[in-house]
Design a protein around this ligand. Structure first.
Ligand SMILES: NC(=O)c1ccc[n+]([C@@H]2O[C@H](COP(=O)([O-])OP(=O)(O)OC[C@H]3O[C@@H](n4cnc5c(N)ncnc54)[C@H](OP(=O)(O)O)[C@@H]3O)[C@@H](O)[C@H]2O)c1
Length: 218
């Protein structure tokens, strides 16, 4: 996020916040996960591939009997997702779309040929999504944004660890998406999160917080 807590600008143009060294760190974290989840707005706005980039890390996963990149996961209610988006077309790993019950038939029609579409209830709760992913063998899920999705995982107390990277710039526009929206977060003046690491990575800083008893120091 920016110094003032934004994930992007309000304009169409995508804002680069991290630097190359931090993108490489993210790649390493991705390679250690079973699945990566982003909100549908991130799929639409950023068109992310969500693949492990490093050939060595891909080979390491394959040697461990895994796909070269983690399973890709998104959530949607409006189903305004393009089946030709990189999320669906790049990489051999599985793709999962969790949608509201009301949107199931439309989602299967539009995306059933490029992803497994799952009825996640009405409304979709991230706990339901997490439990379904667990049933599919996912033990470590990386949530890569955007703000709406972060807010739900954090307020539902589902996250074990938070990696917060602060880039040295301001966005200064309240129309832009924030790291999180409003909500009742479990970490507050009476229950402070545990800061476990501060790491300077070039001109950005990584803050790692342990958020649950399930947090494991790697
Ligand atoms: N800097 C970073 O590291 C970073 C990372 C990721 C994203 N971003 C930026 O963040 C922005 C997007 O963030 P955002 O907060 O606007 O959106 P988001 O969290 O990416 O996605 C929100 C969308 O996800 C779907 N969704 C979320 N919760 C749902 C639920 N419970 N049930 C059903 N559908 C649900 C809805 O999709 P439908 O509208 O399809 O119903 C909703 O509009 C983009 O500008 C992107 O560039 C930045």
């Amino acid at each position: 996020m920016s110094i003032d807590g934004y994930l992007d600008t309000a304009s169409e143009k995508r804002l680069t916040l991290s630097n190359d060294a931090d993108f490489d760190r993210v790649d390493e974290v991705r390679a250690a996960c079973d699945a990566i989840l982003v909100g549908a707005a991130t799929v639409r706005n950023d068109n992310p591939k969500l693949l492990v980039r490093s050939p060595e890390r891909q080979a390491g996963r394959v040697a461990r009997g895994l796909a070269p990149s983690p399973v890709k996961v998104t959530v949607t209610e409006r189903v305004k997702l393009d089946p030709c988006a990189d999320f669906f077309t790049k990489g051999p790993a599985g793709k999962l779309v969790y949608c509201t019950s009301a949107a199931l038939s439309e989602a299967r029609d539009r995306l059933g040929h490029v992803a497994t579409v799952v009825d996640a209830g009405q409304p979709v709760k991230m706990r339901t999504v997490s439990e379904d992913l667990y049933a599919r063998g996912v033990r470590r899920l990386m949530v890569e944004g955007g703000g709406m999705v972060h807010t739900q995982f954090l307020t539902a107390d589902l996250a074990d660890e938070l990696h917060l990277v602060v880039a040295p710039l301001f966005v200064g526009d309240s129309r832009a998406p924030r790291f999180v929206g409003d909500g009742r977060f479990p970490w507050n003046p009476d229950r402070r999160a545990r800061l476990v690491e501060v790491r300077q990575i070039g001109d950005v800083v990584l803050l790692r917080y342990a958020l649950s008893a399930r947090f494991r120091e790697e």
